[in-house]
Design a protein around this ligand. Structure first.
Ligand code: TAP
Length: 484
């Protein structure tokens, strides 16, 4: 069978000879090659951005009503659902994510996000303000033009929808740049955009590494806005690059989130949530809580609950419906997680479960597998506590009282999410407000809704994604003063 090749999408079609195809895309669960991916150089990126600019300027796009853009997005959401199983299998191969998490999580959320922005397309409102009697002041919103959407590898499909749907709803054109490891979901998404009737060139895809292709995209003078999701290190670099050309940026970056369990909480439910949060997608989820902060008076009881449940977690072939924990996306990510585990092992921490790489049976014997790991005795200041590992490593930290819980939770440089577990309503609200994070769940965890905005705090990013505010992030402001 000929080797599969992945090529960028421009003007509604694959561009087969856009550049050399040296990068091998790998199934992280099995280590098998899935084909080779083209790398777009600066000139290929230039041609693709030119196509996006042309598509944006086309009278058909410029004159299209917001309602019509909404109808196209509705069609796209329907197509995502009609092709759900194919998309599930594509993402499963490319990311190693367990099939149940794809079917119950990523796919429905992708369709929900697209549908939310379909409905929002004709709800962009400007305003009229009072001036002197001789002048009328108008404030309105306009699309930027060509937007760059730079995506991470952990949730390629959701992230493509998160960026493309509001961009289309607001009348922009978007160039998506998936992570080099995971091109397949983004390409499938862009093909569905064409099928939904979205004009060719409005959703283009560049392929290649961040340092070459991504850099060329964010530096391109015709890209007016950048929406980036990825690590804080790269996000900071993107922001600095954008500053040179005064481009607007949205950055959704790393997290080191805390789930806080008070003594009065429903401990069974809290333990269940903590493990799910720490180990879903093998811990490779920005909003998951990789720190469990437990009130000292119930710490021993809670750790027993965690340990008992952890022993029942199924890690294995992502195709199996019982699998909760899949592989690390790459060897590099696997090595990073193991380095953190070594440090924990060499400190005063105690390993309650897991603690090392995992040996798997065929067909997963060549994948990047790490046991779901519970580490207790973790303290602020330790790397395992302070730094984002992005692997299946859940740290348990003890606290004496509410003030200490808040202080430990906020002691890290990130501020993405948090979760509070208590039966005391006042405390739940007090602690939620005190956490310096973009989102906080109370007695629940990880639920995501398109209608709720996520605005990261501290080094977790800047700007806003999702909700109506997430749509306005794709619009620039324009004021007009009319003398009457
Ligand atoms: P990164 O290594 O930062 O990569 C993110 C994207 O940026 C990739 O497409 C990457 O390309 C590209 N990139 C790298 N260098 C670039 C450059 N100089 N110019 C333009 N683009 C460049 O992150 P990752 O490892 O894919 O994802 C994991 C991180 O994403 C974690 O920190 C996680 O917390 C974060 N994340 C955050 C959120 C939210 S909502 N806050 C959601 C998901 C993930 P290549 O990979 O192809 O080189």
């Amino acid at each position: 069978m000929p080797e599969q090749s992945y090529a960028p999408i421009v003007d509604g079609d694959f561009w087969q000879d856009a550049g050399p195809a040296e990068f091998v895309v790998t199934n992280p669960a099995t280590g098998e090659s899935l084909g080779r991916e083209t790398e777009c150089d600066t000139s290929a990126v230039g041609r693709i951005v030119e196509s996006s600019k042309r598509a944006f300027q086309q009278p058909t796009w410029q004159k299209m009503s917001a309602a019509e853009r909404g109808r196209m997005l509705l069609k796209l959401a329907d197509l995502v659902e009609q092709n759900a199983e194919e998309l599930v299998q594509t993402e499963l191969q490319d990311t190693g994510k367990p099939v149940t998490q794809l079917r119950a999580g990523e796919l429905p959320l992708t369709a929900d996000i697209i549908r939310f922005y379909a409905g929002a397309a004709d709800k962009i409102e400007g305003s009229i303000k009072s001036g002197t009697p001789g002048e009328v002041l108008m404030q309105m919103y306009e699309p930027y033009g060509v937007v760059a959407g730079v995506l991470p590898w952990n949730y390629p499909l959701v992230n493509a929808a998160l960026k493309a749907a509001p961009a289309i709803a607001t009348g922009n054109a978007i160039v998506l740049k998936p992570a080099q490891e995971t091109p397949m979901g983004t390409l499938a998404f862009a093909k569905l955009c064409i099928e939904a009737g979205i004009p060719p060139g409005i959703v283009n895809v560049v392929l290649g590494s961040g340092s070459k292709t991504g850099q060329a995209l964010i530096e391109h003078p015709d890209v007016s806005k950048i929406s980036f999701t990825g690590s804080t290190a790269v996000g900071t670099h993107v922001q600095k690059t954008a500053a040179n050309q005064m481009k607007m940026v949205n950055l959704e970056c790393g997290g080191k989130n805390a789930l806080i369990v008070f003594a009065d909480a429903d401990l069974e439910r809290a333990a269940e949530a903590a493990l799910l949060s720490g180990f879903v997608n093998a811990g490779q989820l920005c909003v998951s809580c990789s720190r469990v902060l437990v009130e000292s008076s119930i710490a021993a009881e809670f750790e027993t609950l965690l340990t008992q449940r952890a022993s029942k977690i199924v890690m294995g072939n992502p195709q199996d419906e019982t699998t909760l924990v899949g592989p690390m996306i790459t060897r590099a990510q696997y090595d990073t997680a193991l380095r953190y585990l070594d440090e924990a092992l060499n400190s005063e921490c105690r390993i309650l479960a897991g603690g090392s790489a995992a040996t798997m049976a065929a067909p997963c014997e060549h994948g990047n597998w790490i046991q779901p790991t519970l580490v207790s005795g973790v303290q602020p200041g330790m790397k395992v506590h302070d730094e984002e590992i992005f692997g299946p490593v859940l740290s348990v930290v003890h606290f004496a009282d509410e003030a200490e819980a808040i202080s430990i939770a906020n002691s890290v440089s990130y501020g993405l999410s948090g979760s509070v577990w208590t039966r005391d309503g006042s405390r739940a609200l007090r602690v939620s407000k005190a956490l310096d994070t973009g989102i906080c769940w109370v007695n629940t965890m990880l639920s995501g809704y398109p209608q709720i905005s996520l605005s990261p705090h501290k080094l977790s990013g800047t700007g806003v994604e999702l909700g109506m505010e997430g749509m306005r992030a794709y619009l620039k402001r324009k004021s007009i003063v009319i003398g009457i």
